[in-house]
Design a protein around this ligand. Structure first.
Ligand SMILES: Nc1ncnc2c1ncn2[C@@H]1O[C@H](COP(=O)(O)OP(=O)(O)O)[C@@H](O)[C@H]1O
Ligand SMILES: [Mg+2]
Length: 245
């Protein structure tokens, strides 16, 4: 850590996580941490277990071994909806928006929570529509009629409606056009400024290095290396070693 980096309180800790799909041993002891308000990148080739790591943190895959701590409390093995209620949002790779529901109805699924006043809901929507004017324009359209990039915005927007402390974001820019990619990178920056932590799985190395404070490199179900993002170049040998680009 550089001397200029303020010590951050740890928000999420993953310790020695092992996960299986049936008999296939996929995670072989993943350990990582995310500080409060920190953006952390998780890089690695296809199939190394990045998505499985996010799913295991979120309680969608039960680990056979290891621990997940959120704000110091063990959440390992808790059901996903309870983990979500603690302030962990998850935006999966396939986005999983409701295609038949309108944009507004999709956002409502995140807003209609206990203890959120109508005024607060409106505030959250106003802020979101400021970031994503396209969603405002399309608020009455079914989610399935949106472009890929707009669906990604909607998926992130729905996560934001939950006012999470951390967002687990799985390849948000996958398959998007450059203009949309830069919008995603802007929203990551905006969330960071608001103090929302992000665990960002990506294939886009420049975006990950620009958006994150630290990055982890995964290989074959374990984290092999971690680095301060600002100390890495896009063409660093480490990047080449773990991503082959
Ligand atoms: N539902 C599943 N059932 C069986 N194997 C899976 C399943 N999902 C992923 N895998 C396998 O687990 C490994 C890790 O997958 P994944 O976590 O999606 O990797 P990444 O996100 O890094 O590309 C891959 O070999 C993949 O084929
Ligand atoms: Mg994946």
């Amino acid at each position: 850590m550089t001397s200029s980096a303020a010590p951050t309180e740890t928000l999420l800790t993953v310790e020695d996580l092992h996960s299986f799909y049936g008999k296939s041993h996929i995670l072989h002891g993943v350990s990582l941490s995310v500080g409060r308000g920190e953006v952390v990148g998780l890089l690695g080739r296809n199939g190394v277990g990045k998505s499985t790591t996010l799913k295991t943190i979120m309680g969608l895959v039960s680990p056979s071994q290891g621990k997940v701590l959120f704000e110091g409390k063990a959440i390992t093995g808790m059901p996903a909806h309870k983990i979500a209620r603690l302030g962990v949002a998850y935006v999966p790779e396939d986005r999983r928006i409701f295609k038949l529901l309108t944009v507004m109805e999709n956002l409502r699924t995140g807003l209609d929570r206990q203890g959120v006043t109508e005024a607060r809901k409106q505030e959250l929507l106003d802020k979101l529509f400021e970031y994503f004017p396209r969603l405002a324009e399309r608020r009455s359209q079914p989610g399935g009629t949106l472009s890929g990039g707009e669906q990604q915005m909607l998926a992130i927007g729905r996560a934001m409606m939950l006012e999470p402390k951390i967002i687990l974001l799985d390849e948000p820019t996958e398959g998007l056009m450059p203009r949309m990619v830069s919008q995603i990178s802007e929203i990551i920056e905006a969330l960071h400024k608001e103090g929302v932590a992000i665990l960002l799985v990506e294939q886009n190395v420049p975006l990950t290095l620009a958006s994150s404070q630290r990055v982890y490199f995964m290989e074959k179900g374990v984290v092999r290396h971690h680095a301060v993002a600002s100390e890495l170049e896009v063409n660093d040998p480490i990047i080449h070693q773990y991503l082959g680009v």
